[in-house]
Design a protein around this ligand. Structure first.
Ligand code: GCU
Length: 598
């Protein structure tokens, strides 16, 4: 059996990692000629993982009367793609294992064309087979990947078998423990992409750092005819910029224009056409400048306050992994209603509908890779996996002006040399990939004694903003009056962002004004928010806050049978969309927090 067709980016990692991420250049599918493969796919649910031994991908069929094979896609269940498999079958609710998917496509061979299969995301490990051959694999549940199949397809019927396994890995990213639901499956859209032999592999058309009118970008060609005339057109601004890509296929793009800059109040996007002699892409791109000046964050030269909220990629009403524009609009509509101008998409890159819808709705976006709490940094494969996820995230969203922050880790256990080394390296890499956005690492390692916070972590000196999670009032009792809280920062002059705070409440568990509200009640959560907001007045260089979180979400580790029942109840909204009392406290604060008004 010819194993594993490896292309471009993965090569270096192969030698060391043992985990193959076979992917060619990441093709931007928007504005392209693609065939969507979403729908009901036949599956084989494989609780023991015996499918590998049975070589399911060979799809053997009995010939003689005495032949029999103990598996078949025919006559078996189906599974909706995109969609997690856990919420589609009750027996799979807490399933962490292997599910085999099958998809048949009929193709014509066109000698002048190249063909790729593109996945928006598959959680967690995907092995891709085509016509009985293993053609590639991918690890990581929240970023897109694709595989070139030009040489593997045949005219007529082609059979894809996708082995999906969502088992947790000690050397995984995330690792074994995380506070969200481990939805497995082909969780986002699947497309076939057809391109010319030479195509536009990637591009960045964004404003130069610190500029409100100068584009400093590039276009990268892939294929046999790399040096081509490249045009970047913005019809609305009568821009038709011409250049030529070099023999490596690289073309620098630099021009000035009088843009209407993207802002939350006026989220202006332009139709941008990138054209080469053999390929054309259209994208909706906004232009804005985001930077840290002194202890503040400035958007297009104006100081802003980030009114954020944390969101998991889950539709609480359906109790399933969110994947559609409709899901995105539901969640972002609630955030907009709360008065947010920013959303932290926790703790992993969410689907493209989420990012693009936020941008269209005037919400700034915080993107994060799932380097979450306990990560096996001492394992040499782990930093490589983090880097692949980072690259896949940046490639997908580098032209999204709504995305203002790349967050590279959350609550990693500090002061271990392996952690510091790996995350400092990762910080350098992201700056090489994209210098136009802010970089951060989220900590919860601050000290809190005598009602005084002591904030320090080695990674803060490599980040643009200091982001910290604190749960005073919930996991940690107040040590004094919130308004008397003191803050000490080792790094005195960086913007400070409270990236998580809050507490749990079961909607409807209420106490009368005279009663002392107890844990899990709306009044108790409401008081936490009131106290936190009082404390915020005292936080130096505060550039924004972000409650944990918008809506209750599923987490198997939350097992209190009455108040949680498998849900983290820190939402400001219940899983049925009901607003808790704390919601109104937060909304009122956001209405107040607007630098312009002050
Ligand atoms: C942490 C963590 C979240 C978690 C939250 C909580 O700070 O970052 O992922 O869900 O606390 O305890 O609810």
């Amino acid at each position: 059996m010819k194993h594993c067709k490896l292309i471009a980016i993965g090569v270096a990692f192969l030698a060391i990692s043992g985990w193959v991420n076979s992917q060619s250049a990441m093709i931007n599918i928007s504005g392209r000629n693609t065939t969507c493969l979403n729908g009901e796919w036949p599956v084989i649910i494989d609780p023991t993982g015996i499918g590998d031994w049975r070589q399911v991908w060979l799809e053997k069929k009995p010939v003689k009367k005495t032949d029999f094979f103990e598996y078949s896609f025919e006559g078996g269940p189906g599974m909706k793609v995109p969609g997690d498999f856990n919420s589609q079958k009750p027996e799979l609710t807490y399933f962490e294992g292997t599910v085999w998917y099958k998809k048949v496509v009929f193709l014509k061979i066109e000698p002048e064309k190249r063909v790729f299969i593109h996945f928006g995301a598959v959680n967690y490990v995907a092995d891709i087979y085509l016509n009985g051959e293993h053609i590639g694999s991918h690890e990581g549940g929240f970023t897109p990947f694709q595989i070139e199949i030009t040489k593997d397809i045949r005219a007529g019927e082609n059979s894809f078998i996708i082995k999906v396994n969502n088992q947790r890995l000690n050397d995984g990213v995330p690792g074994l423990g995380y506070d969200w639901f481990n939805y497995g499956g082909i969780t986002r859209d699947v497309h076939l992409i057809e391109t010319h032999k030479a195509f536009i592999e990637d591009y960045q058309i964004q404003l130069q750092k610190h500029s409100n009118n100068t584009i400093f970008g590039w276009v990268k060609m892939n294929g046999d005819h790399k040096s081509q005339t490249i045009r970047v057109k913005i019809p609305e601004l009568k821009i038709d910029y011409k250049t030529i890509s070099d023999n490596e296929g690289f073309a620098e793009v630099r021009f000035k224009a009088d843009f209407q800059l993207w802002t939350p109040e006026a989220p202006k996007l332009y139709n941008v056409i990138i054209q080469s002699e053999s390929d054309t892409i259209a994208d909706e791109i906004g232009f804005r400048n985001i930077e840290v000046i002194g202890n503040g964050i400035f958007l297009n030269g104006k100081r802003i306050f980030l009114k954020g909220v944390n969101i998991h990629e889950e539709n609480p009403i359906k109790a399933s992994r969110a994947y559609s524009e409709e899901d995105a609009r539901l969640l972002l509509g609630w955030a907009k209603d709360l008065g947010c101008n920013m959303v932290r998409l926790a703790h992993y890159p969410h689907n493209e509908y989420m990012v693009k819808s936020a941008e269209k709705m005037g919400m700034m976006v915080w993107n994060e890779i799932p380097v979450y709490q306990h990560i096996e940094f001492s394992d040499p494969d782990v930093p490589l996996k983090m880097e692949i996820m980072l690259k896949e995230m940046v490639r997908r969203d580098r032209n999204r002006c709504g995305v203002i922050i790349w967050s590279l880790s959350n609550e990693t256990y500090n002061f271990t040399p392996n952690r510091d080394k790996a995350l400092i390296e990762l910080t350098k890499n992201v700056k090489n990939l994209d210098s136009t956005r802010l970089i951060t690492h989220v900590m919860n390692s601050q000290g809190y004694e005598n009602n005084t916070f002591n904030v320090w972590d080695p990674l803060y000196s490599h980040a643009d903003i200091i982001s910290l999670n604190e749960y005073v009032g919930w996991y940690v009792p107040w040590q004094g009056n919130p308004t008397d809280t003191q803050w000490k920062f080792a790094l005195a002059n960086k913007p400070v962002f409270i990236s998580e705070f809050g507490g749990e409440a079961l909607y409807g568990s209420n106490y009368g004004p005279k009663d002392e509200a107890a844990y899990w009640s709306e009044e108790y959560q409401e008081q936490i928010y009131t106290d936190q907001i009082a404390m915020f007045e005292k936080v130096p260089n505060l550039c924004g806050v972000c409650p944990w979180l918008l809506v209750d979400y599923r987490s198997p580790g939350r097992m209190h049978p009455v108040f949680q029942n498998g849900w983290n109840r820190k939402g400001l909204i219940s899983d049925k969309g009901e607003k808790k009392k704390a919601w109104y406290v937060m909304k009122q604060y956001f209405n107040r927090m607007n630098y312009e008004k002050q």
